[in-house]
Design a protein around this ligand. Structure first.
Ligand code: GDP
Length: 329
């Protein structure tokens, strides 16, 4: 039975990835941060069979101990402070967790695996890198060779993690891969992200429980895919004979306006202008304008392709929030 250790198991991707790995017959361990974290119970309820271990990405010895407990064949480093807007407010904390946390995890794997690592790498490592690293895009669409130009403290932290992963691969021969994932969403997305904010609000407006949706920049564009598809790409990367870096994206870009069009159409509202207001509070100090990914390498080498398009994704999220709202949750 293969064994996997996931950091960030309480997040959207951690839950989808653990479901995928459990279905494939893995024994799955996940790191949980903090004392008496209420999310531990949520993980156990959502993905039965997962074992949680208390550890923190900022504490190297806790990571070493977690590796000794889990004895993993594969480590997926998904843990991060991941909300871009928040990263300007807490830049140092974002750096400690989202940047230095990657180094801590890589170093813990290196110390844990010892000589075995260079002898062929019996622990494989996945780093959750991000399209936010492209920031002020230097090329459209973006691929693995595009110059990185991050536009937020979060993006800068992810660049550090990306290059440190490559460095451990090149310095120690570690089977360490970096997945440059474009935005990926689902009904499990946190409500601070724009897709879920919109799907929840549209459901509440439809049910007459809310009459205004306050937004930021409606012209920003993103390449949005379905998180359930993207965790499959992570797993495929670690099954390759050699570690490498891959862009994972749909290759299709949409604006926030398109998002509003599709989401409101699900509940038969066409004139959404009368519900939507804008507030500078939701604008970013620096914006990422045209993110669109070229996932040719992932398609050709990993045999990966997305199965859910933008309209289906937004529809899935609005319908899920309609059901949740109707049940009063
Ligand atoms: P990100 O790509 O990780 O920053 O994902 P988000 O979902 O947080 O933001 C995606 C884009 O939506 C950004 O360009 C935001 O500027 C834009 N946006 C516009 N209005 C809002 C809003 O009200 N909330 C959020 N989170 N983003 C918004």
């Amino acid at each position: 039975m293969p064994r996997a250790l996931i950091t960030g198991i309480t997040g959207q991707d951690g839950l989808y990835l653990s479901e995928l790995l459990v279905a494939k017959g893995y024994e799955v361990y996940g790191l949980i941060r903090g004392q008496n974290n209420p999310k531990a119970e949520m993980v156990a309820r959502t993905v039965p069979g997962v074992t949680v271990i208390a550890a923190d990405l900022t504490d190297l010895s806790s990571l070493l101990r977690a590796l000794q407990v889990a004895q993993p064949d594969e480590v997926y480093n998904l843990g991060a402070i991941s909300f871009v807007a928040y990263s300007w407010e807490q830049a140092a904390l974002t750096t400690d967790v989202t940047a230095k946390g990657v180094l801590n995890m890589l170093e813990a794997v290196r110390l844990y695996a010892g000589d075995d690592l260079t002898a062929g790498g019996n622990v494989r490592f996945y780093q959750a890198s991000s399209s936010e690293m492209f920031g002020k895009v230097q090329q459209v669409p973006q691929n693995e060779a595009t110059l990185l130009w991050p536009r937020s403290p979060y993006g800068v932290a992810k660049v550090f993690g990306h290059y440190m992963t490559i460095n451990y691969r090149e310095s120690y021969g570690m089977h360490a891969s970096s997945g440059i994932l474009f935005n990926h969403e689902s009904p499990r997305r946190g409500p601070e992200f724009v897709t879920r904010k919109v799907s929840q609000a549209v459901a509440a407006i439809k049910l007459g429980r809310q009459d205004t949706l306050t937004m930021g920049n409606l012209e920003a564009r993103r390449d949005w895919g379905f998180a359930g598809d993207y965790v499959d790409a992570m797993w495929r990367m670690l099954q390759q004979p050699a570690a490498d870096d891959y862009v994972v994206a749909t290759g299709v870009t949409h604006s926030i306006r398109d998002l509003l069009d599709v989401a409101f159409a699900v509940v038969d509202i066409q004139d959404w202008d009368r519900y939507v207001k804008q507030d500078p509070r939701f604008f970013r100090p620096a914006e990422v304008d045209l993110l669109i990914g070229d996932a040719t390498k992932a398609r050709e080498v990993l045999g990966w392709k997305p199965s859910v398009d933008f309209a289906a994704l937004v529809t899935m999220m609005v319908e899920s929030d309609l059901r949740a709202a109707a049940q009063g949750s």
